[in-house]
Design a protein around this ligand. Structure first.
Ligand SMILES: [Zn+2]
Ligand SMILES: [Zn+2]
Length: 109
């Protein structure tokens, strides 16, 4: 872990913050994640609040298994008629149709 200046302590969780000093100030002297939960996250902490990049949201796994990849391929095939389908790595599809943009993430259950 990178060395952290001693004065950069998170106001919310009291742990050291490794952000650049300007980002530390931007996030009200907190971790970016702590700032999100304090000021932006209007939902159960374990639930995705809908803000893009919410830490409680589903993140695509880096290496989905064969079944997950097949499911994603099947979804892409089923949607190919109406949507423009662009794979975004092994676990994610970006769908666009008209002005709508939808991300489909796959994860093992
Ligand atoms: Zn914190
Ligand atoms: Zn959130």
């Amino acid at each position: 872990m990178a060395a952290v200046a001693e004065e950069q302590i998170c106001m919310r969780c009291t742990r050291p913050v490794a952000l650049a000093p300007e980002d530390y100030e931007l996030f009200e002297r907190m971790h970016g994640v702590c700032f999100h939960y304090d000021f932006e996250h209007d939902a159960d902490v374990d639930a995705d609040c809908g803000v893009p990049g919410c830490p409680s949201g589903l993140l695509p796994p880096g290496a989905p298994g064969p079944a997950a990849q097949q499911a994603l391929a099947d979804v892409a095939g089923a949607l190919a008629g109406g949507w423009r389908v662009e794979p975004q790595g092994p676990a994610e599809l970006l769908l666009t149709r008209g002005g709508d943009v939808v991300r489909v993430l796959v994860a093992e259950g």
